[in-house]
Design a binder for this molecule. Sequence first.
Ligand code: MG
Ligand code: ZN
Length: 218
Amino acid sequence: MKIKVVKDILGANEQIAERNRQLLDSKGVLAVNLMSSPGAGKTSLILETIKRLKGKTRLGIIEGDVSSSLDAEVIGKEGVPVVQINTGGGCHLDANMTHSALGNMPLQDIELLLIENVGNLICPAEFALGEHKKVLISSIPEGDDKPFKYPSMFHKADVVLINKIDLLPYLKFDTDAFSQAIRGINERAEIFQISCATGQGIEKWVSWLLTQMSRRQS
Ligand code: MG
Ligand code: ZN
């Protein structure tokens, strides 16, 4: 019985997510769902992305958090539209919350929507928001065993970003083994090594974003 309830919830979520996707498509907006554990660098990545795309692409940001609007306030200073979702203790965003946020986002004025999910490597993988791409940020301090511990998240990612590579000299993390572990779960994911602190690799990530946008317009 319990299994059926969970399936119903996910099924209903899927329907709302599909409506969100249709709305985004009708406005020509590419939506990217950014997922990671807490502290892996979602907000930092958004800030680095804004820095490089300002003037080239019209961005909008949805900030998901359990509580507080600290990250949204930081991003709001960059002069891009930001909508905050507070989940009120909930550990993931869902399509319904995203639908409400989209109602407050000037969709006709943006081309690229970055959605910062709640920091959590488990259920965000199961709840579609209506995004076009799922991006997972892993970071060096978390250790290189995460693909084995959270396979569902790694399986669903279109891109895995390995963040904080500036810390590689100080921490034990085997990037080859990590990438191989991802490949064992997900053959299609693009893997980029980045550092939001030094800017290393960010250009590759940004050019991936621009490629996705141009593919949709053609
Ligand atoms: Mg954040
Ligand atoms: Zn959750």
